[in-house]
Design a protein around this ligand. Structure first.
Ligand code: DGP
Length: 113
């Protein structure tokens, strides 16, 4: 499978990772929309939230806990940040490997959608 985020996870595109453990990786978004814009992905290929199975419940928890860890590493835990997961066509998901955007370092716009 030709997946850009699998390549980052597998170090086929070197030098991008901020965090890696057994289950998840984090790296900076190539097109940041704020001073801090990090993507958190499962190490195993999962297309989207919609593709998660009940067996992935633990993995889903690991992804959320990685959000907290990245916020601490990026020094945005106390100032606050936004967490976004785009899903499918209407959600404008461009990369078909589940990823959580963690965006902060400046006040977000109030509006969603
Ligand atoms: P989404 O619309 O949620 O699928 O956003 C995909 C994000 O992935 C987008 O903000 C840009 C980022 N992105 C795409 N290709 C690459 C890449 O090769 N490296 C990195 N670091 N980020 C990428």
């Amino acid at each position: 499978m030709d997946c850009i985020f699998c390549k980052i996870v597998n170090d086929e595109i070197p030098g991008q990772l901020l965090l890696r453990d057994e289950y998840v990786c984090a790296f900076r978004d190539i097109n940041p929309v704020a001073p801090s814009h990090v993507l958190i992905v499962p190490n195993k290929h999962v297309d989207s939230i919609d593709s998660l199975s009940t067996e992935d419940a633990g993995l889903a928890g690991k992804l959320l806990l990685a959000v907290k860890e990245i916020a601490r590493m990026e020094n945005i835990a106390s100032s606050g940040y936004r967490v976004i997961v785009n899903n499918g066509v209407d959600g404008h998901q461009e990369v078909q490997h589940l990823h959580i955007h963690v965006i902060g370092g400046a006040p977000m716009q109030h509006q969603l959608g």
